[in-house]
Design a protein around this ligand. Sequence first.
Ligand code: PHE
Length: 477
Amino acid sequence: LQLTGKQRQFIDLLQQQQTVASLRSLCAQAGFDFNFINGFLLSGALNGYVQWQEHSQQTWALTARGEDLAGVLPGSLLADRLLAGQCDRAQLQAELGPAFSLNYGALRREQAVDLIDGNGEGTVAVLKSSVLGAYQQRQGVFEAIAAGKVLDASAASSLEWLQQQGYIASRVETDYSLTVLPALQTLDLGDVVTTLTSELILSGQWRQADLKPYDIHAEVPNVAYGRPTILTQCIQRIRDIFLNMGFDEMSGYMVESAFWNFDALFTPQDHPAREVQDTFYLANPQTLPLPDDPALVQRVKQVHEANYGGHWTEAEASRAILRAHTTTSTARRLHQLQGKDGKYFSIDRVFRNETVDRTHLAEFHQIEGVVVGELLSVRTLMGYLTYFYERLGFKDLKFKPTYNPYTEPSLEVFAYHPPSDRYIEVGNSGLFRQEMLAPLGCGEKATVAWGLGLERIAMLLYDVEKLSDLIGPDIRL
Ligand code: PHE
């Protein structure tokens, strides 16, 4: 038998009995939940150990109206006194007070009494003493129900009357009587094994052992469970903002070819950003295949050669790196779109070979965004960024011209940070150049795009001073 603690306790209890007249009252007395034990019985786990017989029984309970009577039926106080031979009206009124007319009214309704005012001495005359007797019985039954006592057949007529008056209501309750069979009396439950040790397993003893099952009804201590880290919360918030602005989420690859990270972005092959001091080059794989679109590679090559003095090699473009920005995802997406309009964002991890300090890590997240369409301008770009940062609570932005190989104009974004009374750099953005768009097949389109620092935003929003409080194995927030 695989038993929970409660089930064991119940069996212990049964072993001390031969018969149980009412499982319900046994449960009530011993503090077991009847429904739980009922389920245990019906599961068949005790078949062969216990015989049981179901019998439903009608039980009674006071209705709200019955509860209102506070234990005394109208009529019974007066009935008691009349049966005891007391019939002087003035005296009865003095004793019963305001209850007199209530009691008199009740008995009068059954035409059991009358008032006689003959020679000035008021008298309550008994017309039907059988009704008065019935009142005494009804009162007794009423009290028994209130106390939850079991009633016998003699209560039938009182029950009927009490129900008609609306003082009590019946319900049907299933109950069981049990006969405990000798098999249970002699059943040795043995010790419960609460810890499965390697010894039990190796010796094979676990096969015989009574392993304690999980008790899914057991009360467990309240634990403060996990919640998303600040960075994850930030990502969720930013994702919601862009989704609400009608953007679709895009993704890319952490391991990329230099082609998508640099060449497709019109970054010359001798650009300082491509040096190992800035970019992580992989030893394995050392190279990645160029895009499966030779015409694209050809167009990129031509643009580089025409603008950057004739030197461009596929070998350099094939080098495998950890992506240094998520504009790789944007470039891939533009190539997919082939001039179709769209709005895309990503929140993804990037890698740069930087010296790690309080505010710099070699890996961080960028919030990338790109809009492809007609008539997009610097104003459009500033509009999107202003709207986005406002949603995060940064109301005051400044834009400063900067340089990127692939955008013109290019704007750095600064957000005002009231606690430190400074403008803090939060992103970089621009309008993609024709030299980049045309080879990707989007030459007819205007695009605005940005790459924003997620950790910078999180630090400002949550007032964190060290990046190590935000990321890594030692988050102390
Ligand atoms: N890729 C740039 C960076 O990493 C950000 C950027 C994205 C700028 C798109 C302009 C357009 O800083």
